[in-house]
Design a protein around this ligand. Structure first.
Ligand SMILES: NC(=O)c1ccc[n+]([C@@H]2O[C@H](COP(=O)([O-])OP(=O)(O)OC[C@H]3O[C@@H](n4cnc5c(N)ncnc54)[C@H](O)[C@@H]3O)[C@@H](O)[C@H]2O)c1
Ligand SMILES: O=C(O)C[C@H](O)C(=O)O
Length: 310
């Protein structure tokens, strides 16, 4: 499988590295607008191949999309990251134009590609990719929930004092500081509800820490995170490449599911060779459903800013 990753910055390079380490793709093409940057990242990564034992060929290109031709999956990480104190939504002014242009270039050279959108504000950038490309809805997927759920599991394992491999849990809703919905009611440790192990107050702390997971790291790092985001994207690309039908919460264009329309937002979906194979409608209680509606209203509000920007 040939995979294109546009944006060879922190997340794009990390994503390329994890894809190569999993050794399932024949080629990863990194593209960046900065002269020689993607080529340099590709060369550096290729010099880890004999050390890390992978055969994936990583190449770089300065904005030459002919090199990406025939990609089966394309990941959009191009754009600016937030700085401490900013929200993801504040990035819309610059990133909307970049994502629209990049998405068009990808499809021009790889008309059958499945696109994974990472650039922020991710749900709105996913919606923009849908609106500007008009592809079947299963071919454009926003990455946010896979990362947020990984952070939820990290926080839960920390609170329970157990290995992360004991934990199962999921975050749905918008990929924003206020819009994420960590489903604490459904989270388990080896099938046992996590509420059996920690107090309601502690569980609420976990929920709040999960929601601001990206902001917390941005404050510590001075820019946003890249290892877990890169790993989350690589897991989704792997699910497509291997047609694994793994379930991830991810930003999907909804047409009535969860009572929502004309919005891309995080819901559980089965990911396989066709991209989104199925959107899974789980039963939410009234409070969770209210949270999802509130989160969707906020994403729609940000979508409403698109006309002025892209
Ligand atoms: N969805 C998520 O969960 C998630 C997670 C982490 C980061 N992000 C987002 O991903 C984006 C990238 O983050 P980062 O930390 O890698 O930033 P970064 O600055 O390290 O890298 C971005 C790269 O995009 C390149 N770029 C800009 N315009 C371009 C264009 N038109 N064509 C090709 N390349 C272009 C830049 O030159 C830069 O190298 C940000 O918007 C960030 O908010 C999203
Ligand atoms: O926090 C950010 O701005 C980047 C990303 O969305 C994340 O959650 O790490």
């Amino acid at each position: 499988m040939k995979v294109t990753v546009v944006g060879a910055g922190a997340v794009g390079a990390s994503c390329a590295e994890y894809i190569a380490m999993k050794d399932f793709a024949s080629e990863v093409v990194l593209v960046d607008i900065k002269e020689n940057f993607a080529e340099g990242k590709a060369m550096d990564l290729m010099q880890t191949a004999s050390l890390n034992g992978f055969d994936t060929k990583i190449t770089g290109s300065t904005n030459d999309y002919s090199k990406t031709a025939g990609s089966e999956v394309a990941v959009i990480t191009s754009g600016i990251p937030r700085k401490p104190g900013m929200t993801r939504e504040e990035l819309i002014g610059i990133n909307a134009g970049i994502v629209k242009e990049v998405a068009g270039n990808i499809i021009k050279h790889s008309p059958n590609a499945i696109i994974i959108v990472v650039s922020n504000p991710m749900d709105t950038m996913t919606y923009l990719a849908h609106k500007s490309l008009g592809l079947p809805k299963h071919r454009i997927i926003g990455m946010g929930g896979a990362l947020d759920s990984a952070r939820f599991k990290y926080r839960l394992a920390e609170a329970l004092g157990c290995p992360q491999s004991d934990i199962d849990g999921m975050v749905i809703g918008g990929h924003s500081d206020t819009g994420m919905i960590p489903l604490t009611r459904l989270a388990t440790r080896n099938s046992v509800p996590v509420s059996k192990f920690i107090s309601e107050d502690r569980l609420n702390e976990v929920k709040e820490a999960t929601k601001v997971g990206g902001a917390t790291l941005t404050k510590m790092l001075g820019t946003s995170a890249w290892y877990a985001p890169g790993a989350a994207v690589a897991s989704m690309v792997h699910a497509i490449a291997t047609d694994s039908k793994k379930m991830f919460p991810c930003s999907c264009l909804l047409e009535g599911e969860y009572g929502l329309n004309d919005i891309a937002i995080g819901v559980p979906a089965i990911i396989g060779a066709n991209g989104i194979e199925e959107i899974v409608e789980i039963e939410l209680n009234d409070a969770e459903m209210d949270n999802l509606k509130e989160s969707a209203a906020a994403v729609s509000k940000t979508n409403g800013l698109l006309q002025a920007t892209a």
